[in-house]
Design a protein around this ligand. Structure first.
Ligand code: HEC
Length: 335
């Protein structure tokens, strides 16, 4: 074989070969000094229990790979365990990798592969890039298990920080619920199911109104106290926009109802998200995002063992696929 063509066919081979698990684990843990792949035999009943826990009712077990890793963390050697599971989402084929330390604490989780599309999606984006949220060491940003501690502090603490956490957890929960309901409403309009849409719009209106007391805790801490009436007015305007959708749906014209949804409801949501926060000197939603980071609860989407809070209208499936892969890995590493 001619030398040049031998070289190029070698390169081709290298480019088309699937990445070995070891490479993925090294991408997950660049501080790894040794990575050892181990073939473990999984007892049938453990596999069944894990399948049940992740809601896998059919299909083969994912091609789980197990690794023992030694890593240099802050100049000291740490023993870690890592797992790798291939996933197939709407965005294509990827791998999910996670590592835990000797105590079983999650030290890092990443999605590997071509992550262009994934990076645009809020839940998944936390697992891509250099700053995947879980990092080892004292400079660590948010660790997943610290979310559990923050929840506990929010529930049981009595100080100022606990009060902030409580308010922000509550707000996020409500906003996610409102988003889910809004997605459901838009889905019903798009299906032309206007009776259902009218009922959902009324529910959404009520849901938004019900959150009103929350803003009494929120405004004095995260805004100027004098902003409370303006925020309450934005809440009322959003509820009213949902009532307009309900009224339009009642008239039976799906296209007109869709227009009202976008012109009234989406705008009303956006007006509050973009509200000028005088205290924090930023548009409200952005300002609160930064507060969340500062309080160590970041995006706060994911608690191990609690599955996923859906992150967006078109991405719930992919979020679930990844969340369940993470769960699978963590359950296997816990064995
Ligand atoms: C009165 C103000 C207000 C109104 C009205 C409002 N929001 Fe929000 N929303 C917020 C604030 C403040 C945040 C930031 C919360 C955070 O980051 O924890 C937020 C965040 C969100 C988030 C992001 C949650 C996350 O994962 O970080 C979604 C989704 C959302 N809102 C949906 C909606 C929808 C849909 C509507 C309208 C039907 C709406 N909101 C109306 C104030 C409002």
């Amino acid at each position: 074989m001619h030398f040049a063509s031998w070289i190029s066919s070698l390169t081709l081979l290298a480019a088309s070969a699937p990445p070995s698990g070891e490479e993925d684990v090294r991408a997950l843990l660049p501080e790894a000094t040794t990575v050892r792949s181990l073939a473990l035999a999984w007892p049938e009943e453990e596999l069944r229990a894990i399948a049940m826990a992740v809601g896998r009712t059919e299909g083969p077990d994912p091609a789980f790979q197990y690794f023992e890793v030694e890593a240099a963390v802050d100049g000291k050697s740490a023993k870690l365990r890592a797992g790798l599971v291939p996933v197939q989402g709407k965005w294509g084929a990827m791998r999910v990798a996670a590592a835990v330390d000797e105590r079983g604490t999650v030290v890092r989780i990443k999605i590997l592969g071509d992550s262009k599309n994934v990076a645009e999606e809020s839940f998944l984006s936390q697992f891509v890039g250099r700053w995947a949220p879980v990092q080892i060491g004292p400079n660590s940003r948010l660790s997943l298990s610290s979310l559990v501690e923050k929840r506990k502090e929010a529930e049981e603490g009595s100080g100022e920080e606990a009060a902030k956490l409580r308010t922000l957890f509550h707000l996020k929960e409500k906003m996610d619920e409102i988003q889910l309901r809004a997605d459901g409403l838009l889905g019903a309009i798009d299906r032309g199911d206007l009776q259902v849409a009218a009922a959902q719009a009324r529910n959404l209106s009520k849901e938004i109104g019900d959150v009103k007391p929350l803003w009494k805790d929120f405004a004095p801490v995260f805004l100027d106290a004098k902003d409370l009436p303006a925020i309450q007015a934005l809440v009322d305007a959003t509820s009213k926009a949902c009532d307009e959708v309900a009224a339009s749906a009642g008239k039976g014209d799906a296209k007109a109802t869709r227009d009202v949804y976008f012109q009234a409801v989406e705008r009303a949501c956006g007006r509050c998200h973009g509200y000028d926060d005088h205290r924090l000197r930023k548009p409200l939603q952005k300002a609160i995002g930064e507060q969340r980071d500062a309080l160590g609860i970041g995006q706060g989407f994911f608690l191990v063992g609690h599955d996923v809070v859906p992150a967006g209208p078109h991405t719930i499936d992919d979020s679930r696929v990844v969340a369940l892969a993470i769960k699978e890995i963590l359950l296997r590493l816990a064995k």
